[in-house]
Design a protein around this ligand. Structure first.
Ligand code: NAI
Length: 392
């Protein structure tokens, strides 16, 4: 159970690049990082492309004016001169900037938390992974839904054989906000998402499905995709070559099969993230509409619902429990859980505690790299005419 008591000696001095007043995701980061007041302290930032707006915003959320910087380069350079300079930085800017800012942050000796999709190319992710290792720094990736404790319960139940051998993996992350194309021209957060120069080689595959794909790997750590087929299209034609809808079929090395439906044009859909894992004896299903519940359906028996915060759950799920049973936990707690693990990982790295790091389950550079690999394979299949491609 998490009750806010400190897990590391002292909170880490933390900065943000991006995540300013108009950003979609910035507050989620602060909600997560600052939840317990014992993991991170926000002391600096280059919050916005517009310096004046970014500084005004920074001051309004409690950052000293002189530590609100015009850009990431001056942030890293000036903070390095201070005895109390930042130790960790979050990068919450549009996709096309992640690689250069992450590289600069690692070279400045900082631990990094970066948004997904991490980078455009697998080679970039491999290069940055090597750089993080060389510098002895942590790189966490904010798969923000993945801190929900019922996903860890699924992981534990699959490992314990509760559903038998996994045969079918059914994944979905869809919404309908892309049905109206007006925002592609008028909304700052939407414009870059449909521009390949900034978004990268995909729209919804990177924006949405990387989350659900990471979560499936969290639940099924031993399963690897052998080959996949991706059919992607843009129902709003101006988004081409990027997709606003895609279906992916997967063949796993162990003989299991899977599907992912990802879409920004699932009209009217407000709760469209689902994960169903089917085994030879039973199935598990998690749905973001009821994040504190887990359906366990055993063939031939009445279905069961497991609830978060209860004694019968596995220890790994109980460890990340915050509010107790009867109360609804959700996305805020999920972000707080992953940020707490980022802090624990960074502190362990600082102390050279590799044993702790080996067993810590959190979205690390490996999960970020796998997300980039997933997109690359999906795009490769789609571009070859939606054919099966070997997963590499
Ligand atoms: P946005 O367009 O809404 O906001 C971007 C923010 O970054 C703005 O404050 C902008 O002024 C600032 N910015 C842009 N370039 C900058 C630079 N070079 N230096 C400093 N600040 C800069 O974008 P949004 O939706 O917040 O997405 C940002 C990133 O977060 C993307 O990579 C996106 O994929 C990811 N994201 C992740 C989510 C999650 O659940 N993990 C949810 C939403 C977005």
């Amino acid at each position: 159970m998490i009750n806010g008591e400190r897990r590391i000696e002292r909170p880490l001095r933390w900065a943000m690049v991006g995540g300013g007043r108009t950003s979609q995701v910035g507050y989620k980061h602060r909600t997560g990082a600052l939840r317990d007041n014992t993991a991170f302290q926000l002391v600096a930032g280059a919050f916005d492309m517009d310096f004046a707006r970014g500084r005004d915003f920074g001051v309004n959320i409690g950052v000293a004016a002189e530590r609100c910087y015009p850009d990431y380069k001056s942030l890293f350079a000036e903070e390095a001169k201070r005895p109390d300079g930042v130790e960790a930085v979050t990068i919450a800017t549009p996709n096309g900037t992640h690689y250069e800012i992450t590289k600069a942050a690692l070279n400045a000796g900082l631990h990094v938390i970066c948004e997904k999709p991490l980078f455009f190319k697998v080679e970039e992710a491999e290069e940055i992974k090597a750089l993080a290792e060389e510098k002895g720094r942590i790189l966490g990736v904010t798969y923000g839904f993945s801190g929900q404790s019922m996903l860890l319960q699924m992981r534990a139940m699959v490992a314990a054989g509760a559903i038998g051998d996994v045969t079918i993996v059914n994944l979905q992350y869809t919404h309908g906000y892309g049905c109206d194309p007006t925002g592609d021209k008028t909304n700052e957060s939407q414009k870059w998402r449909v521009d390949p120069a900034v978004a990268g080689p995909s729209f919804v595959l990177g924006d949405l499905s990387t989350h659900t794909y990471y979560m499936s790997n969290l639940i099924l750590p031993d399963m690897r995709i052998k080959e996949l087929l991706c059919d992607r299209q843009s129902f709003v034609g101006t988004r081409a070559p990027l997709e606003d809808n895609a279906h992916v079929m997967m063949h796993y090395e162990n003989g299991a099969v899977g599907t992912m439906w990802v879409s920004a044009v699932n009209a009217g859909c407000m709760t469209g993230q689902r994960i169903r894992i089917v085994g030879t004896k039973a199935s598990l299903e998690w749905w973001d509409a009821y994040p504190t519940e887990l359906r366990h359906e055993v063939q031939g028996q009445p279905g069961q619902i497991l609830y978060r915060g209860t004694d019968y759950l596995d220890g790994i799920a109980k460890d990340d429990e915050r509010l107790g049973a009867l109360h609804v936990e959700g996305l805020s707690e999920s972000w707080a859980n992953i940020y707490l693990k980022f802090a624990i990982a960074m502190d362990a790295k600082n102390r050279g505690d590799e044993e702790l790091l080996k067993d810590l389950v959190y979205p690390s550079i490996d999960g970020g790299l796998e997300g980039v690999r997933w997109i690359a394979n999906c795009v490769k299949s789609a571009e070859q005419g939606s054919v099966w491609v070997k997963y590499e």
